[in-house]
Design a protein around this ligand. Structure first.
Ligand SMILES: NC(=O)C1=CN([C@@H]2O[C@H](COP(=O)(O)OP(=O)(O)OC[C@H]3O[C@@H](n4cnc5c(N)ncnc54)[C@H](O)[C@@H]3O)[C@@H](O)[C@H]2O)C=CC1
Ligand SMILES: O=C([O-])CC(=O)C(=O)O
Length: 327
């Protein structure tokens, strides 16, 4: 039996939490032979704590063989104690007519104490995924607040955009999603993100050439992926939850266990592709041995360069708006 891994999930009584926890406990994130201990954080509010207890009762009622134990708490120092993986989901979702950056004021401050607690009590090798929006800038806030950890331990979720893009291309070309490779989502998890189909492949051939429809790429594919979150809110009246939880599972699984595919991750910029250090930027990455590596050597045309510059600018503006939280 492997040593259990400790996984913290914040916002555990929320809608993403409800789609996420059962899959983590069943082994879909860290492996079917990997026992887990769930450390669940919710706000110190009677209703939220009661709802969290209810979710924990249901987790009990699944009798998951891999779920070794769990704790529910409103104390970040308890939730993050010794954790190997921290999923920072707890934050307000947007409603109709809002952009994700409109949440910065409401949500940004959450990530200062949580980042600080992670720096103080989590495993020195903790892997952090920020899901709560605006995810990239919240990840930056948590990263800056967490002393004693490496920036590369903090990531933001671009995987939902990545998965959305895979399906759009598969449906357009009549191929299976598994035929679509080398997808990449650049920049911010927002409407300025740049989903790149020019370097993607479908059944081993260049995706853009196979699609052979520039108007569809510019006028349908890119905006559909950029605005899919808003389309889900419009259709459901609530923001995406099951697909977001699924993307979080994919992100952490590939980061921890490795993947033979390119995956899109929001990671601290390191100067790659001219993006200066100091923002959390979506890049195509490969993963192995618990580490990610930004894919190097991609050549962008002027169209792509302009899109990437726009999303970089937005991330820099978001950072400026919360500069007071980056101490
Ligand atoms: N990065 C991405 O691709 C996606 C991000 N999201 C974001 O994920 C976040 C959560 O979404 P939902 O689960 O739908 O929202 P929700 O409102 O259903 O649940 C959020 C939960 O977080 C809790 N919470 C709030 N502040 C907290 C704190 N300081 N500590 C611990 N828990 C806290 C709330 O009490 C609530 O139970 C939102 O910000 C949403 O915009 C959603 C979908 C995709
Ligand atoms: O759009 C939203 O607010 C929720 C989200 O991040 C997504 O579905 O991509």
């Amino acid at each position: 039996m492997k040593k259990p891994m400790r996984v913290a999930v914040t916002g555990a009584a929320g809608q993403i939490g409800y789609s996420l926890l059962f899959r983590i406990a069943s082994g879909e994130m860290l492996g079917k032979d990997q026992p887990v201990i769930l450390q669940l954080l919710e706000i110190p509010d009677e209703k939220a704590q009661k709802a969290l207890k209810g979710v924990m009762m249901e987790l009990d009622d699944c009798a998951f063989p891999l779920l070794q134990s769990m704790v529910g708490t409103s104390d970040a120092n308890v939730a993050f104690k010794d954790v190997d993986v921290a999923l920072l989901v707890g934050a307000r979702p947007r409603g109709p007519g809002m952009e994700r950056k409109d949440l910065l004021e409401a949500n940004g401050a959450i990530f200062v104490p949580q980042g600080k607690a992670i720096g103080e009590v989590a495993s020195r090798d903790v892997k952090v995924l920020v899901v709560g929006n605006p995810a990239n800038t919240n990840a930056l806030i948590a990263m800056k607040a967490a002393k004693g950890l490496k920036p590369s331990q903090f990531t933001a979720m671009m995987r939902l955009d990545h998965n959305r893009a895979l399906t759009q291309v598969a449906q357009k070309t009549g191929k299976a999603v598994t035929d679509v490779k080398k997808m990449s989502i650049w920049g911010n998890h927002s409407a300025t993100q740049y989903p790149d189909v020019f370097h993607a492949e479908v059944a081993g051939k260049n995706a853009a050439q196979t699609i052979n429809d520039q108007a569809w790429i510019e006028g349908t594919f890119i905006p559909t992926v950029q605005k899919r979150g808003a389309a889900i809110i419009d259709a459901r009246g609530l923001s995406s939850a099951a697909s977001a939880a699924n993307a979080a599972i994919d992100h952490v699984r590939d980061w921890v266990l490795g993947s033979s595919e390119w995956v899109s991750m929001g990671v601290p910029s390191d100067g790659s592709y001219g993006i200066p250090e100091g923002i959390i930027f979506g890049y195509p990455c490969t993963t192995a041995n618990g580490q990610y590596t930004i894919v190097k050597g991609i050549e962008h045309n002027d169209f792509a360069k302009a899109k990437i510059a726009a999303t970089q600018k937005e991330l820099e503006e978001e950072r400026a708006a919360i500069a007071h939280l980056l101490k």
